[in-house]
Design a protein around this ligand. Structure first.
Ligand code: NDP
Length: 313
């Protein structure tokens, strides 16, 4: 039986609706959550991401402000800007869009963000809160992975979870969320021996690697839930054929656009997994939805209110 496809677009929309309702309730109490997005220079990909984030704010009723220092901005200038945002009461979330220009000490700038406003969840204080199971702000993409599992009623407690990838942004926090939810967690990386064998132990397999279609059916236990975080672009027709030959819809889109998005999981895994997130339309849409969620969560936490009900993390 082919895998159940876990519809991230639908889940993200549900979360956005819940956040919008929460924002309405807060408005009645005279509070409007606010998100500041700092976009340095003119990186085209970053501009697209930031546009998406600002649009999502408009949709759910969150106040947003885009700050656009020039490409030549110095570390000191960005620190001053972050300090100013830290002090402002109308700003609950601060997001510094990465990458920053080479002359900027990115770590220093990210460390300067008030942990209470760190809606990306990258600050070591929030990393510490997550690993010690205290309320805090959890990185958006792994929080999205977790929401997909919970909302799809995939059992986690007592199950074997394998996370491939150990980045601070995705792999490690995803592993921590699964561990906190009582899974038995294995984290793999480029030095792991017998990766397919380790992955085959998984009831829940999370792929956050950044390698097109690397997870083939040999990595997957029949019936496992497979969460594909990867977002890779294919432009080479031969590579496209290797993954998508015979997929008429994809072929037409590839012909028109000259590229297609593929995850870290090979399409053949759909024939063996129990449940699978597609790319696109799986984890991707959750990232911005969880950013909206985090902004509202930060607004409430800063005011000492109960955090929104939907937070299970
Ligand atoms: P990183 O490059 O930071 O981390 C990749 C991880 O994969 C590393 O831990 C690396 O191991 C491991 N890895 C690389 N090659 C292999 C291999 N051959 N075998 C086993 N492990 C390997 O990537 P990110 O975590 O930032 O992102 C991962 C993927 O998720 C990317 O495709 C990215 O585009 C996507 N992504 C998607 C988001 C979304 O919104 N859906 C958001 C963020 C990321 P090692 O540590 O040993 O080098």
């Amino acid at each position: 039986m082919p895998a159940l496809i876990l519809d991230g677009t639908k889940i993200a929309q549900d979360i956005r609706s819940e956040v919008a309702a929460e924002v309405k309730t807060m408005a009645a109490a005279g509070v409007r959550p606010g998100l500041a997005v700092v976009l340095v220079g003119h990186n085209p990909a970053s501009e697209i991401y930031v546009r998406g984030k600002v649009k999502a704010c408009e949709e759910v009723g969150v106040y947003s402000e885009k700050l656009t220092p020039p490409e030549t901005a110095t570390t000191a200038e960005l620190l001053a800007l972050v300090e100013d945002l830290n002090r402002r009461d109308d700003i609950d979330g601060i997001l510094v869009q990465l990458p920053l220009p080479a002359q900027v000490d990115a770590k220093k700038v990210l460390m300067a963000v008030d942990p209470a406003k760190d809606v990306d969840g990258f600050h070591p204080v929030n990393v510490g809160f997550l690993s010690t199971q205290r309320p805090g702000l959890v990185p958006c993409t792994p929080a999205g992975v977790f929401e997909i599992l919970k909302r799809s009623n995939i059992p986690i407690a007592g199950r074997e979870a394998v996370v491939v990838g150990r980045s601070d942004i995705v792999g490690k926090p995803a592993a921590m969320l699964l561990l906190n939810a009582n899974a038995t967690v294995t984290v793999c990386h480029s030095k792991t021996h017998d990766l397919p064998g380790v992955c085959r132990r998984a009831d829940i397999l999370v792929a956050a690697i950044g390698r097109s279609g690397m997870i083939t059916r040999d990595f997957v236990k029949p019936g496992a839930t497979v969460i594909d975080v990867g977002m890779n672009t294919i432009t080479d027709p031969a590579e496209f054929q290797r993954f998508f030959a015979g997929n008429a819809k994809r072929e037409e889109a590839f012909r028109k656009k000259g590229s297609t998005l593929i995850g870290d999981v090979h399409p053949e895994v759909a024939a063996i997994a129990g449940a699978l997130t597609p790319v696109p339309g799986g984890v991707g849409p959750l990232t911005i939805a969880m950013l909206m969620f985090n902004t509202v969560k930060a607004a409430k936490m800063r005011r000492g209110n109960r955090v929104p009900e939907l937070s299970r993390v």
